[in-house]
Design a protein around this ligand. Structure first.
Ligand SMILES: Cc1ncc(COP(=O)(O)O)c(C=O)c1O
Length: 374
């Protein structure tokens, strides 16, 4: 294997850039003696709610839990259909199954790779209860169009925002047009802790109250329980996230600046398609995802990059419905064609992207893509 010249992630670099702030938060938690549902979690939830401009934010164990806990809090379960795009990380559909719902997979837009509103319309039945748009790769789905459909058919909207904290639409903010926003803080996300955790935010008090109970063994009062689970965001992670949240806008801007350099350096390369950012949207480039025009070239270009020391990857080379054995006895429905989702899976490559990338690393990556010969 070639020596890695350009890594895919820069977790340690980011830590070193704000080491004192993170270390001090961790010390504060350790010395407080309260590590689970303690004061740091409360503080971080308040900071997150303020950042999101919304009433309630609730920390949970991970992004997948944030989704299914929200579905459960909304009373969604067996017999209820939830619509999402087929080209997402597996967990979006998995969360629907955990809640006992039917995952309905539809196509994405051929440019943005976010869910196609026309495909949503085609998939609606009497059993449809919710739309779960994914803000894929760091770009918002068209929430204004999705809201219109939801209002027309009386549906819930739950945003899967695992990849797009700090993104925005042209006329809307994340959370403004939905019932709840779910996010992941696993280390590789734009706001990530050193391990797993997640959160959701909502304007609805009943979702807040229900999820707070569900995440803590169905308990909101000592020794009193109803049906629930254990899915809490530890105070140590909350401290790390509290330190990092202050920097998220700056880090997003750094990602956007790197994306601009990629755009400029790669714009005339034949045989690849660069990411499409919708005019007026704030795309925060969780991933800088290119595609090969010819799907047969994807693995060749990927190998060329890896052989050149560029730690490129794929997100996601197998769409949800293409996973082996799909749907494993779970309840699912495909409303095709899924042409764009399948093309995306077959031809996607993610170039290294993290805020602390140096100019030299960006240039090395550009040079390696440009040096590729079909
Ligand atoms: C789009 C999407 N949804 C859900 C998740 C699940 O988050 P987690 O891994 O924290 O459970 C992720 C990331 O992992 C994701 O990228």
């Amino acid at each position: 294997m070639a020596e890695i010249k350009v890594p895919f992630y820069g977790h340690q670099r980011q830590y070193l850039s704000i080491k004192e702030e993170i270390d001090s938060k961790m010390q504060e938690v350790i010395m407080s003696g309260q590590y689970v549902q303690g004061p740091m979690l409360k503080q971080f939830e308040a900071e997150l709610a303020e950042y999101a401009g919304i009433e309630y934010a609730i920390g949970v164990g991970n992004g997948t839990d944030a989704l299914w806990l929200t579905f459960m809090a909304l009373g969604l379960g067996p017999g209820d259909e939830l619509i999402t795009n087929a080209n997402t990380f597996f967990a979006t559909a998995e969360a629907m199954w955990i809640a006992g719902c039917t995952a309905v997979l539809v196509d994405c837009d051929e440019n943005t790779r976010c869910i196609d509103p026309q495909a949503i319309r085609k998939a609606i039945t009497k059993r449809t209860k919710a739309i779960v748009p994914v803000h894929l790769y760091g770009q918002c789905a068209p929430m204004d169009e999705i809201r219109k459909i939801a209002d027309e058919f009386g549906l819930f909207v739950i945003e899967d925002n695992a990849q797009a904290i700090d993104a925005a639409g042209d006329t809307f903010k994340i959370g403004e047009l939905s019932d709840a926003v779910c996010t992941s803080f696993i280390i590789q996300k734009n706001l990530g802790t050193f391990g797993d955790s997640g959160a959701l935010w909502t304007k609805h008090k009943y979702i807040n109250d229900k999820v707070r109970k569900l995440r803590n063994h169905g308990s909101s009062q000592r020794d009193h329980h109803s049906y629930g689970f254990n899915s809490r965001l530890d105070d140590l992670h909350a401290g790390i996230l509290s330190a990092k949240l202050k920097h998220i806008t700056k880090w997003s801007d750094m990602r956007i600046a790197i994306a601009k350099k990629y755009d400029e350096g790669l714009k005339d390369v034949k045989g690849i398609v660069l990411p499409y950012a919708r005019p007026g949207y704030r795309h925060v480039y969780h991933l800088y995802e290119i595609e090969t025009v010819d799907a047969a070239d994807r693995d060749k270009l990927l190998k060329h990059l890896v052989d050149s020391g560029i730690d490129a990857k794929t997100h996601y080379s197998i769409a949800v419905h293409q996973q082996e054995g799909f749907p494993w006895g779970k309840d699912a429905r495909l409303v095709g064609p899924l042409t764009n989702a399948e093309k995306n899976a077959a031809s996607c490559i993610s170039l290294p992207m993290f805020p602390e990338m140096t100019d030299e690393e960006v240039q090395l990556t550009i040079d390696a893509v440009r040096a590729w010969k079909k």
